[in-house]
Design a protein around this ligand. Structure first.
Ligand code: AMP
Ligand code: TRP
Length: 339
């Protein structure tokens, strides 16, 4: 007798469309894992454009960045048939659930979210919006509307995940079992990539000169790697604490080629930093080039891109509407025929 079919665990993750291009840190540190999980999980991936308007934004830029973010997710290998990849604002159930969850969230509880504190301090507390304040509750809705079992995220999202779990449990206690309480999933093996120009800080779009963007040209990438900061020694070894620049280059090569660190380092015996930089540039450029070419191709066909967005949104809504109906019923909203 065949074994009963086991539903693969459902994962959901999201990324903001707040950059003109993702970078190699996003890819090796997070997105590559998204691609892998398409085959092991029932995976939902969302471009969170609604989160992107919690701070000042330019509408034309947001539209462009949402399209190019979605295109990049496809270009790195997300397959709209093997996962559900979509844009948040296309699935109104996120906001609808967020309202219900807001009514379950304590004011003090929301006030303790450190991301809000950081971001509102930066922009000046008076200029912070209520949307920025409720950001983590919308994030909780992104997750709970799909009954996700697990949420692959970086450490910086730990507190938002805790809130999500608290809200799901509280809802279930108050209104009966309705929402799956998700696990945070901090993928340990993923690479942490540091800034090429300043290896003491994490690679980030906010420091473009040390950031290898997926949409940088070969020439720009070559230049960034050529001027990558190393150290005043000559020895090539993997030691992120003492030699962050050199180790970063090794990490990128290792993550892309899959060779062991040991044999990678052994191959540099008697060779210098110039070789290490040139090799890393070559490895990264060959890795990024096909992605960039695919993005360019997708962006030349915006109608097709929008069609794929529609496909993702339709798949996502199929799940989301069931959860919303259960939630609305649980809180006592009257159902009308046909809904
Ligand atoms: P962000 O747009 O900075 O929030 O990043 C989106 C995703 O990429 C998050 O899951 C981050 O953990 C990951 N990420 C961002 N920068 C890096 C980096 N330099 N190295 C590794 N992962 C990163
Ligand atoms: N807040 C996340 C970030 O800044 C993005 C995000 C929004 C998200 N909704 C989500 C991540 C749901 C995981 C699950 O990176």
């Amino acid at each position: 007798m065949p074994a009963p079919a086991v539903r693969p665990a459902r994962v959901l993750s999201g990324i903001q469309p707040t950059a003109d291009s993702f970078h190699i840190g996003n890819h090796l540190g997070a997105l590559r894992e998204w691609v892998r999980m398409q085959d092991t999980h029932d995976a939902y991936y969302v471009v969170v454009d609604q989160h992107a308007i919690t701070v000042d934004h330019d509408p034309a830029l947001l539209r462009q960045r949402t399209l190019v973010s979605f295109a990049q997710l496809l270009a790195i290998g997300l397959d709209p048939e093997r996962c559900t990849v979509f844009v948040q604002s296309h699935v109104p159930e996120h906001s609808q659930l967020a309202w219900v969850l807001e009514c379950q969230t304590g004011f003090g509880e929301a006030s303790r979210m450190t991301q809000f504190k950081d971001k509102s301090q930066k922009g000046g507390a008076d200029r912070s919006t209520v949307g920025l304040f409720t950001y983590p509750i919308l994030q909780a809705a992104d997750i709970l509307i799909y009954q996700a079992d697990a949420v692959p995220v970086g450490e910086d999202q730990r507190q938002h995940l805790e809130l999500t779990r608290d809200l799901a449990s509280r809802f279930n206690t108050n209104f009966g079992d309705t929402l799956t309480v998700p696990q945070a999933m901090f993928v340990k093996e993923t690479a942490k990539i540091v800034d090429l120009a300043d290896p003491t800080s994490k690679m980030s779009k906010s420091s473009p000169s040390g950031c290898a963007f997926l949409l940088d040209s070969d020439a720009v990438l070559a230049k960034k790697f050529k001027s990558a900061v190393t150290d005043s020694e000559r020895e090539i070894r993997f030691d992120p604490a003492e030699k962050p620049g050199v180790s970063n280059l090794l990490t990128m090569q290792q993550a892309i080629t899959g060779v062991t660190m040991e044999s990678l380092v052994a191959g540099y015996e008697g060779r210098g930093y110039g070789d290490l930089k040139a090799d890393t540039a070559e490895v990264v450029i060959s890795f990024i080039r096909p992605i960039r070419e695919r993005v360019v191709e997708l962006m030349e066909h915006p109608d097709e891109l929008r069609r794929l967005m529609g496909h993702g949104a339709a798949k996502a809504r199929e799940t989301a509407r069931h959860t919303l109906a259960a939630v609305y019923d649980a809180v006592g909203f009257v159902a009308i025929p046909g809904e």
